[in-house]
Design a protein around this ligand. Structure first.
Ligand code: C5P
Length: 238
């Protein structure tokens, strides 16, 4: 991906809609996209997604579907009908689930990007062993990313430290969406493995999911602009 266009996805992690909509009043949809996750969606539902879209923001609906193929495909179609820009599923739902979801979305004129979650970054080697996965977390990430691509998905969510390897293995068209991004000098909060926006882009990330560095900032537009400057400086000249 060469475009400098809106690589930052601001995570709208709020317990209520009012502060999220206040943030959206202050930032420019030309400068970022936004992510709506399980908490906000469970509280505020599709109406909130529509309210965000009505303000001009493209939405990554981060609901990480994982169910039988027909159910996941139907949920993806419902997300596409809502007009979201990106939606995600768990790669561990298996090839048939992934292929069925991709095929269902292909029927939409303006389909959302379909992204897989590989291994949750909260799972360590012991946790994986307990649920029957052999190999290291990194081995499983690589295997599931390959399965996602082979099943027709557009990319995966991955930690900044996995970006370089996945970019090398999966080629330039496969989208890599990366949380765990922190501007130089910012608090890492509860993120253990962080990279700066520029470093994540240089490693090969396409999109950066950024929450608290923007949402908890005293000046969100200025924080977002600084992140975008770091991203722009890391992109190859057009
Ligand atoms: O505030 P912060 O920048 O840490 O927010 C990161 C966002 O990315 C949150 O919505 C979080 O749930 C999400 N995320 C993550 N790590 C993952 C997957 C998703 O931080 N492995």
């Amino acid at each position: 991906m060469q475009t400098t266009d809106r690589r930052v996805i601001v995570a709208l992690d709020y317990p209520a809609t009012a502060p999220a909509l206040e943030l959206l009043e202050r930032i420019d949809p030309g400068q970022c996209r936004v992510k709506i996750g399980k908490e906000m969606f469970t509280r505020a539902g599709p109406a909130f997604v529509e309210a965000v879209a009505a303000r001009g923001f493209e939405v990554f609906l981060d609901l990480k579907y994982h169910d039988i193929p027909n159910t996941v495909a139907a949920a993806c179609a419902a997300a596409a009908d809502l007009g979201v820009w990106m939606v995600n599923v768990h790669a561990s739902g298996g090839r048939r689930m992934l292929e069925t979801a991709a095929a269902r979305l292909a029927q939409h004129d303006r389909r959302p990007l379909l992204i897989a979650v590989t291994i949750l970054t909260s799972l360590g080697a012991d946790d994986l062993g307990e649920i029957g996965y052999s190999g290291s977390p990194a081995d499983n990430v690589r295997r599931l990313a390959a399965l996602a691509e082979d099943s027709g998905l557009d990319g995966v969510v991955c930690s900044p430290l996995e970006v370089g390897l996945l970019r090398a293995e999966r080629g330039s068209a496969f989208r890599l969406v990366t949380p765990g991004v922190r501007p130089a000098g910012a608090a890492s909060d509860d993120q253990k493995r962080v990279m700066t926006p520029g470093d994540a882009i240089r490693a090969g990330a396409d999109y950066l999911v950024v929450g608290r560095p923007v949402t908890a900032s005293t000046d969100p537009p200025a924080s977002l602009a600084a992140i975008n400057r770091d991203v722009a400086a890391a992109l190859p000249a057009a």
